[in-house]
Ligand binder design. Structure first.
Ligand code: FAD
Length: 227
């Protein structure tokens, strides 16, 4: 297998999980659809940062979102067991009821012993800005329907959530409605998405709601649970 653990999505939860696992010696693939939005918050992140996280290593009072992103990306890329790369997962690869990785929009299949979905607000999202509606998981980051449709084909069920962002300098107010795994699809104690062996979930896509600090902690917790 290419990786011990493949993580789809380099937001707060996925990036923290990848960092924690790589530091414990696992070979980790961290794929995300845009390298420009790795660990990028929607709004500035208030302190305190939870101890033992990547966030705690890079956070400082008043840090701008783009600066947090830059520092996180630098730290992730410097981690020797961690391969951070840009790619979009389109479907799960399943052999004999076990997930062995993902197919990608770009072509290459990515294979791993364990696959983690950390896809945040990007499952079946709709972004509303005034009268305009588009398929995007955040402002300026389009979302593709393939992975969500594949999960539905596998029988997974979802609930709809919604979050709003107030207008900021140079940015209009907007809201995002997105799908999160329905209660019962995911087990909090071991992060398993229980319909398929070898498949795990972390962060907003399984919890539905939560702050940046909470997602960072969840990522670290997964890093410990998957050892
Ligand atoms: P995300 O941060 O969403 O990261 C998911 C990543 O997965 C993205 O980088 C995306 O590109 C990638 N991805 C998705 N699908 C694929 C795919 N198929 N292939 C490859 N990569 C993929 N929390 C606060 O504390 N303060 C706030 O002000 C706040 N505002 C919010 C506003 C909105 C609109 C939303 C939706 C949430 C907000 N939150 C806020 C909550 C916060 O965003 C989340 O807790 C946190 O970002 C979730 O982290 P995550 O890692 O689960 O997902």
């Amino acid at each position: 297998m290419e990786y011990d653990v493949l993580i789809v999505g380099a937001g707060f939860s996925g990036a923290e999980a990848a960092y924690a696992l790589a530091r414990r010696g696992a070979r980790v693939g961290l794929m995300t659809q845009s390298l420009d939005t790795v660990y990028l918050p929607f709004t500035p992140v208030p302190g305190p940062a939870p101890e033992g996280t990547l966030l705690a290593e890079i956070w400082e009072a008043g840090i701008a979102p783009w600066e947090l992103h830059r520092k996180a990306k630098y730290a992730l890329e410097a981690e020797r067991n961690l391969h951070l790369f840009q790619s979009s997962a389109t479907r799960l690869l399943v052999e004999a009821g076990r997930v062995v990785g993902v197919a990608t929009w770009e072509g290459p299949r990515r294979l791993a012993e364990k696959t983690v979905l950390a896809v945040g607000s990007f499952l079946d999202p709709k972004l509303y800005v005034g009268m305009v509606v588009e398929a995007a998981g955040r402002l300026a980051e389009a979302a593709y329907p393939d992975l969500y449709e594949d999960l539905v084909r596998h029988g997974f069920t979802f609930v709809t959530r919604e979050e709003a962002v107030a207008a900021q300098e140079g940015q209009p107010a907007y809201r995002v409605a997105y799908a999160a795994f329905a209660p019962g699809e995911w087990r909090r104690e071991d992060f398993r998405l229980v319909r398929l062996e070898g498949l795990y979930g972390v962060g907003l896509c399984v919890l539905g709601r939560g702050t940046y600090a909470e997602m960072a902690l969840e990522g670290r917790r997964l890093g410990e649970a998957l050892e």
